[in-house]
Design a binder for this molecule. Sequence first.
Ligand SMILES: Nc1ncnc2c1ncn2[C@@H]1O[C@H](COP(=O)(O)OP(=O)(O)OP(=O)(O)O)[C@@H](O)[C@H]1O
Length: 281
Amino acid sequence: MSKVTASQQGSTETPLIFLDDICVTFKTRTGSLLRPNRVQAVNHLSLKLGRGETLGIVGESGCGKSTTANVMCGLQSPTSGHVYFKGDDVTKRSAEMRRHIGRVISVVFQDPATALNARMTVSDQLMDPMRVHKVGSSAEQRSRVKELIGMVGLPSSVLDALPGQLSGGQRQRVAIARALALKPDAIIADEPTSALDVSVRAQILNLLMDLKRELSLSMVFISHDIQTVRYISDRIVVMNKGEAVERGTAAEVFDNPQDDYTKLLLGAAPSLLHPDASLLR
Ligand SMILES: Nc1ncnc2c1ncn2[C@@H]1O[C@H](COP(=O)(O)OP(=O)(O)OP(=O)(O)O)[C@@H](O)[C@H]1O
């Protein structure tokens, strides 16, 4: 397995995740069997996720955000380029490496209704990753489940509930608790508030920020809403048509946007966050 040093990646500390010149091309259903059409979902993208930072990835639907997230957590192999985890080249993962990365990088998806198993109680959903990865005794797993549900601000009475008996916000809290079950290094949150009622979006964002700080997590936060990304991120990458068109600290991107597309996003739709700013901290 080849290594890349921090200085080769242009920083003093080896990032948790480093995507180096990633391209992802998909064959589409249009075109013929011999000459399938292709879509370039990610086009020569390089980015780093530092330890303990929140990296926001923002752009319109179809610009390649989810594909980028999937490359980061190993759900998608790049067509070209390299993926480094803590400096190790993990582009071509063995089954063991895939398992390890699945444990240390967790994903929170947009819609908790589909991300959770409708037939499993909350308790079983939280226990599941620990059972699959054989972490702890059953007594330790049960105790961790109680700890997890408290961490996301839900009462232990919900542990016996099925997802369908919970509100959308409660379900997303359960999905976040499950993502934390194996004590990951990083969470990738892919549009985690988009499917939620506007009144609970700020609560979920605040929860993610609190957990990230308390647990010293790294986080990738993906959204098409640039105001939400600004609120939660330390650094931001703006994507357009598979490419990173702008990057910088949240303040740099907002106060002094350089790219026309970023300016367009900033001038576009109002924030999808609750209009009552007092809900945000
Ligand atoms: N499995 C796939 N097969 C074919 N094309 C795909 C596949 N996954 C994504 N694409 C295409 O790649 C491009 C980027 O998709 P991606 O889902 O990464 O964008 P996105 O910015 O996350 O969009 P959204 O916000 O709508 O989820 C789109 O044109 C999409 O249709």
